[in-house]
Design a protein around this ligand. Structure first.
Ligand SMILES: C[S@@+](CC[C@H](N)C(=O)[O-])C[C@H]1O[C@@H](n2cnc3c(N)ncnc32)[C@H](O)[C@@H]1O
Length: 322
């Protein structure tokens, strides 16, 4: 593993598995790490393939500064884009970059966000309720928690957090903010915990605020929409026979990747009632991971964050006549 001059909080997951999917015949090509974070995956790729060039994308300017220092040793082989990956891929044709032979998505946020960012991502810390990955955006967790109506708060907790007590939690939040605005992550976590029945708290292996915090973060950063449009635009720019790998950490993310890959893997898109294919459709990709890969027990023992990681990899097929 590459030594670093900065203090690193995040352990990248499934490194060996992802490196094995890199098309070694194109090791002098260009790849994009769409979720650079502290640059753990990027450093591993750059070290493993000495002729590879890489662009790292991250919407968080703070974490990107750390990655820049960490990846300094790779010099001009590395470049950076600070912004949303969906914006980058949609504007790709206006850039001077060549088509990437590999694109990696490692979704969500990093250990850095919980432990160092000070943005209220963690329910065990007492920080301002912010949760913006990019500080260039205006809408914060404070705005969400203090302005969403009961119906919308319930929807966020239920749909994005799969939280069983969504309605009761939303009601508690509204009752509390009617007295005084909810300003900190600890305050929010305590309100959520107070709305969950004691017997459920006792049975659960996770903190009662885990799901709601995830839901608020996803909503504040528009993560699912960003992912849907980002993955689609990224696939468009990928080189023929290039590969795309997606690591997701919850079922909502995984579903988006799985669905997109399944659609692109279909030969025919005619309606089922059509007896003979009229669309002359072509498969646009090959799925290389029939089932998503997950971390080994050893990796999970070393890094708890790896327990929910799922890796899906596809290869882009050239379209005939294009
Ligand atoms: C799980 S971390 C990546 C960790 C990284 N692979 C490493 O080894 O350090 C995900 C990163 O993606 C960034 N991020 C999340 N959604 C993004 C998006 N839509 N566009 C750009 N960056 C995003 C977060 O700021 C975070 O740093």
């Amino acid at each position: 593993m590459v030594k670093s001059a900065v203090n690193i909080s995040h352990k990248p997951v499934l490194i060996k598995e992802i490196l094995d999917f890199f098309p070694a015949s194109r090791a002098n090509g260009f790849m994009i790490d769409a979720n650079l974070g502290e640059g753990g995956h990027s450093a591993a790729f750059l070290a493993a393939f000495p002729a590879l060039r890489l662009l790292g994308i991250d919407a968080d300017e703070g974490i990107m500064e750390k990655a820049k220092i960490r990846l300094e040793e790779f010099g001009s082989r590395v470049s950076f884009y600070n912004g949303w990956f969906s914006d980058f891929f949609k504007g790709f044709l206006d850039t001077a970059y060549e088509r990437p032979v590999f694109i990696l998505f490692d979704l969500g946020i990093s250990m850095f966000h919980y432990e160092e960012s000070g943005k209220g991502f963690s329910f065990v810390r007492d920080e301002d309720l912010d949760m913006r990955i990019s500080s260039k955006e205006d809408f914060t967790a404070y705005d969400l928690v203090n302005s969403y109506e009961l119906r919308d708060l319930t929807r966020v907790f239920r749909e994005l957090g799969e939280e069983r007590f969504a309605f009761a939690i939303a009601k508690k939040i509204i009752a509390r903010r009617n007295v005084k605005a909810i300003g900190s992550s600890k305050e929010l976590a305590d309100i959520i915990a107070s709305a969950v029945p004691i017997k459920n708290k006792a049975k659960s292996r996770i903190h009662p605020a885990t799901r709601c915090f995830q839901a608020v973060r996803i909503e504040v950063n528009n993560e699912l929409e960003n992912l849907k449009s980002g993955i689609e635009a990224a696939f468009d720019v990928l080189a023929d026979h290039g590969r795309m790998a997606v690591i997701s950490y919850h079922s909502l993310e995984d579903r988006i990747a799985k669905h997109f890959f399944k659609e692109k893997n279909r030969e025919c898109i005619c309606p089922p009632e059509m007896p003979i294919c009229q669309c002359r459709g072509q498969r646009e990709l090959q799925i290389l991971t029939k089932r998503p890969l997950t971390a080994s027990e050893d990796e999970i023992a070393e890094n708890r964050a790896a327990r929910s990681a799922k890796l899906r990899v596809v290869e882009k097929l050239p379209l005939e006549g294009k």
